[in-house]
Ligand binder design. Structure first.
Ligand code: AP5
Ligand code: MG
Length: 236
């Protein structure tokens, strides 16, 4: 684990003892497995930035940027945005000041080449990923979850009409902006995303297993239970 860089913001509690250290975590899992939900909770608890490439693309689409227009072509079909576009955005983001003390990657890497680029960039800094948390949910559960999801395109918060409804219908609790059904959450697009996941992203499970940092949690459990299992892993 990356305990060699002391820092002040990330504080994990080991019983009464308090330890401060940098932590770099990757969330793996199928679309809709709950990566974003858990990432948000972990980031809030440990005060590390939640870096989601999907949220970055959606913010660019919302703001009508060139990057957003290009990414939308792929996202609307449930396809991955090409590595050339994605890798640079991610590396620029993690080079920012707030990521110096750890970060949590949600939705990146998603292909072996992306993982290799990240690995190389970290190795050059004498650094490495501490944990790749695989949130495991079978395909059968996914389509149902997606139709109930509502997302805030401004701050990236995620809700579920049944499981985590916002306090006021259609309004984000965190920033007050409108909640929407994502364009790529239509059932036919979700099926494409699952297919793409199995082909291009699932091999990352073995990639991180071989590095000895893979940990798998049962994502079909209620959100709080999933979160508790992740905390147990991080605080071991
Ligand atoms: P991205 O935004 O990353 O989407 P995704 O991986 O398809 O995953 P989702 O955000 O849909 O699901 P999630 O696992 O975060 O689940 P959530 O927590 O919301 O990417 C979108 C697109 O951008 C990609 O398809 C691609 O085109 C492009 N892209 C992004 N990164 C890229 C990259 N690196 N390379 C190339 N292209 C890239 O949960 C789902 C729902 O279930 C929610 O409603 C939630 O409330 C509910 N829920 C969560 N946990 C539970 C639980 N335990 N029990 C019951 N309900 C739960
Ligand atoms: Mg997400």
């Amino acid at each position: 684990m990356g305990t060699r860089f002391a820092c002040v913001h990330l504080s994990l509690h080991f019983g009464a003892e308090r330890k401060d250290f940098v932590m770099k975590i990757i969330m793996l899992g199928a679309p809709g497995a709950g990566k974003g939900t858990q990432a948000q909770m972990i980031a809030d608890q440990y005060h590390i930035p939640h870096v989601s490439t999907g949220d970055i693309f959606r913010a660019n689409i919302k703001n009508g940027t060139e990057l957003g227009m290009e990414a939308k072509k792929y996202m609307d079909q449930g396809l991955l945005v090409p590595d050339e576009l994605t890798v640079k955005i991610l590396l620029d983001r993690v080079a920012e000041e707030d990521c110096k003390e750890g970060y949590l990657l949600d939705g990146f890497p998603r292909t072996i080449p992306q993982a290799e680029v990240l690995d190389k960039a970290l190795t050059e800094l004498g650094d490495e990923i501490d944990y790749a948390i695989n949130v495991d949910v079978p395909d059968e559960n996914i389509v149902k979850r997606m139709s109930g999801r509502r997302a805030c395109l401004s701050c990236g918060s995620t809700y579920h009409m049944e499981h985590i409804p916002p306090q006021k219908e259609g309004v984000c609790d965190k920033c007050g902006n409108e909640l929407v059904l994502r364009d790529d959450d239509k059932p036919e697009t979700v099926l494409n995303r699952l297919e793409v996941y199995h082909k291009q992203t699932q091999p990352l499970i073995q990639f991180y297993e071989e590095k000895g940092v893979l940990r798998t949690v049962d994502g079909t459990k209620p959100m709080k239970e999933v979160f508790d299992s992740i905390v147990e892993i991080l605080e071991k």
